[in-house]
Design a protein around this ligand. Structure first.
Ligand code: PLP
Length: 793
């Protein structure tokens, strides 16, 4: 029964809950929600009880009574660990169903194998599966709770990052079939060694009645061969005594391994070889990317490439609502769902509920199913039979100041819709992997004490990566501060909805009103500026405005010396408009062991300055910070109260392999071939005939030039870019908007092929070494006209 008046005490059994919530922001239906107040490194769930209560949630699992509540206010189930409670409940829920449960673990390919199993089984079974890559200690129980009485098979992903975790996952999932996909050779943070991680993963097999291991471990009763002919790939496989062949629509060895894993799992589930072959022939590429791109007419576009179904729509809507800012209308463009063909609940009713809960004001449906169910969609819905029809009816002027979520099943080719609504059509893009930013952030965080705050430097537009999305990501990861170079960048972030503390490193301020208005905390490096700030604060009626005192401990750029500090102290103590929030300094050679003595002298100098300032303000907690990325790795004992993370966040290693191993590249600069021509030996290419061909060559033109930030010294073959896994040297000089590459050695090269200038496959350091500069300069030189695409994997 739902709807008991909140003031009446009710036992939990009087409520029917169906929404299990661990993140307050994911709330959809307050009257059906049960919130587990879980404590993670990012925060304490108990802090969100009040907010949820105000929205109508009345059921909570907590470890203590939250402040300001009594047991009459709502249902509070007090347990020693809400996470354990969630896991115990999920294990119980799973145990009520006597159905096959397939669990998948491994370092790579988990999500692909899970989605492919879903694609092959959904045609004649009701399948429950983990949403996206929900595979953590929290994600797995939430996945298991999606199993319903109609479910005929469940497919659950299991991911681990520390010893001991798999046992807990195994106890909940109790897989009947345990699948281990490729186990990469790298060992990750949290494990002593690769062997340890592998042993941990294999604990998933403990109670399973059947197992599917990587081919290198044990193929069981399975053999296969692969034939490639005229670009077609045919896999022939034998399960037991049955053999079948299937053409597979993929060409990479990793895909082959994943396909064999799917085939063997289906075999384990009792399907015959020929049945499996017909199902596998229809596999569709799994793309889990969720991109954020600037759209036309001040719109912002979120393109979710993952399949279209309700559970992933709910997640995308959640992602969307976290990016919403005032003034943007919320729009969803959605294709027909790819659902199971049998026995599912009413997806349209649930869709309407979801759209309403997320405040969607405009809905565009695409596809015959949407058309057929038009009268069951929200009243304001516009519906088109096909993507073509939508594209001929709508133009870019039909989108204005909107936050647009695009989500289409692969056959609807929403890439074309994206191209219609994206602001910059330039084919050169800088892709920023937000998951890599998160991983890098966490890698550095693991190197400091849990209580040390991390200041994220996003000056220069996030080292070229663009600041809004990065700031949002870091805000949600629990960074202590953001630091920007200039005051405008900070104001910009406030407009984009960033609420966390922001410090401004270079506060040449003309507009103090706006500095105060946006709560931007300036760095103070001169007494004149401090005095002016105090005057302005007083004039604006501001008290206790936080500032950051910069010490010059040896960089000799900006900052106070020990001698000039007493005047600062005196000035600060004589008033109450401005207060010191932190004291800091910057190391000039933390990445150079040869200069460690100098670095030590910087620490000593900083200590003396801290003593002076802190003892003058015994009643205040003044934070101290000096370490940058290299410093965090090399001098962890000097972390004080905060550290300032810059280049490491963007995946660039500044010091030894061992110290920063595990950093992931964040930015990839991509362009594509717009023209291909074959020229005879001796032909010259480009301005001033600077490139002469020494053989008959295929020359590609790509739309990136020095106006995009591609340095002219990279011409004449000084640099090579990646096309289809082959390195292609530049030919002739780099032009303003284009350059030419020798692609003679690229098998099957075509117009439209992507070209990686630097990124995941080609570290940016190769370019900076060629140019005898540092990666910072390459990253910050990429011009603003290059389109930024942010994505989650
Ligand atoms: C840029 C900057 C940092 C970050 O340095 P990285 O080497 O990029 O980590 C830290 N502190 C200050 C004052 C900076 O200007």
């Amino acid at each position: 029964m739902i709807g008991i008046a909140p003031s009446q005490p009710a036992s939990l059994t009087d409520w029917s809950v169906s929404e299990f919530l661990t993140d307050s922001r994911a709330l959809i239906a307050p009257d059906k929600a049960l919130f587990f107040a879980i404590t993670t490194p990012l925060g304490d769930g108990h802090d969100y009880v009040r907010q949820l209560f105000d929205k109508g949630v009345r059921n909570f699992v907590v470890s203590k009574m939250p402040d300001g509540f009594s047991s009459n206010d709502a249902n509070f189930l007090i347990v020693s660990s809400p996470l354990d409670a969630l896991q115990t409940y999920a294990a119980y829920h799973r145990s009520r169903f006597d159905i096959p449960v397939v669990a998948i673990t491994g370092s790579r390919g988990k999500t692909t194998v899970k989605e492919w199993l879903y694609q092959t089984l959904r045609t004649d079974r009701v399948v429950a599966r983990s949403p996206r890559s929900y595979n953590s200690q929290i994600g797995v129980p939430l996945s298991l709770l999606t199993i319903s009485p109609q479910t005929q098979i469940a497919i659950i992903e299991a991911g681990i990052s520390q010893p001991g975790e798999m046992e807990r996952l195994e106890r909940m999932i109790r897989p009947t079939v345990a699948v281990v996909t490729l186990v990469g050779s790298a060992h990750s943070e949290g494990f002593e060694s690769f062997e340890e991680k592998k042993r941990e993963k294999f604990k998933l097999l403990t109670n399973a009645s059947s197992t599917v291991l990587p081919l290198s471990e044990n193929a069981g009763e399975f053999s296969h061969s692969i034939d490639t002919n005229d670009g077609r790939t045919v896999m022939t496989f034998t399960i037991g005594s049955n053999t079948a062949s299937v053409e597979i629509p993929f060409s990479s060895p990793v895909s082959f391994e994943n396909v064999t894993t799917v085939i063997r799992t289906l075999g384990t589930l009792g399907l015959s070889a020929s049945d499996i072959a017909s199902r596998v022939a229809d596999l569709k590429k799994v793309d889990t990317r969720l991109e954020v791109i600037e759209g036309v007419n001040d719109s912002l576009l979120i393109h979710d490439k993952f399949t279209a179904d309700l559970s992933s729509l709910a997640l995308a809507l959640d992602f969307m609502s976290r990016r919403h800012t005032a003034g943007l209308k919320r729009t969803v463009v959605l294709s027909d769902f790819t659902q199971s063909n049998c026995g599912e609940d009413d997806v349209y009713a649930e869709l309407c509920e979801l759209l309403a809960a997320r405040g969607i004001e405009r809905f565009i449906g695409v596809g015959p199913e949407m058309m057929a169910n038009k009268n069951r969609l929200p009243l304001a819905a516009t519906v088109f039979e096909s993507t073509d029809e939508m594209l001929s009816a709508l133009g870019e002027d039909d989108f204005n100041s909107e936050l647009i979520l695009l989500k289409g099943a692969p056959e609807f080719d929403f890439q074309r819709v994206k191209e219609l609504i994206e602001a910059r059509q330039h084919e050169t893009t800088l892709e920023i992997n937000l998951d890599a930013v998160v991983d890098n952030f966490n890698l550095f965080r693991s190197k400091v004490r849990p209580t040390t705050g991390v200041v994220c430097m996003i000056k220069a537009g996030g080292y070229g990566a663009g600041s809004h999305e990065l700031a949002r990501t870091l805000q949600s990861q629990g960074a202590a501060y953001l630091a920007v170079a200039v005051h405008d960048e900070g104001a910009d972030l406030r407009h984009a909805g960033i609420t966390m503390p922001i410090m401004v490193m270079n506060p040449k301020v003309d507009n103090f009103k706006s500095l105060f208005h946006y709560r931007l905390e300036p760095e103070i490096y001169s007494i004149d500026f401090l005095r002016r700030l105090i005057r302005e604060a007083e004039r604006n009626g501001i008290h206790d405005y936080p500032v950051h005192i910069k010490i010059d401990s040896g960089m000799h750029r900006l900052g106070f010396t020990l001698e000039s500090l007493p005047e600062v102290v005196e000035t600060l103590r004589s008033q109450s408009f401005v207060v010191p929030r932190s004291i800091f300094s910057h190391l000039c050679c933390a990445d150079e062991p040869a200069n460690d003595e100098y670095t030590q002298s910087q620490f000593d100098y900083f200590d003396r300055c801290c003593d002076l300032l802190l003892s003058a303000f015994p009643e205040r907690k003044i934070l101290r910070h000096i370490l940058n990325s290299s410093g965090i790795c090399r001098f962890p004992e000097r972390q004080y109260d905060m550290v300032r993370l810059g280049i490491g966040l963007y995946g660039i290693k500044t010091v030894g392999e061992e110290l920063q191993a595990g950093l992931r590249p964040v930015s990839t600069l991509l362009t594509s071939i717009i023209s291909l021509k074959t020229w005879e030996e001796g032909t010259t290419i480009g301005y001033n005939r600077r490139g002469t061909l020494t053989r008959r060559s295929v020359i590609a033109t790509v739309p990136i030039g020095y106006a995009d930030g591609l340095n002219r010294h990279l011409g004449y073959g000084n640099a090579s870019f990646m096309v289809r896994d082959t390195l292609c040297p530049t030919v002739g000089s780099i032009c303003m908007d284009a350059c030419m590459l020798d692609v003679t050695d690229v098998p099957g090269v075509r117009v439209g092929d992507r070209v990686e200038i630097f990124g995941a496959n080609r570290p940016v350091e190769i370019l900076s070494d060629t140019l005898e500069t540092i990666p910072y300069e390459i990253l910050t030189s990429i011009s603003q006209r290059v389109k930024r695409v942010y994505y989650r994997e």
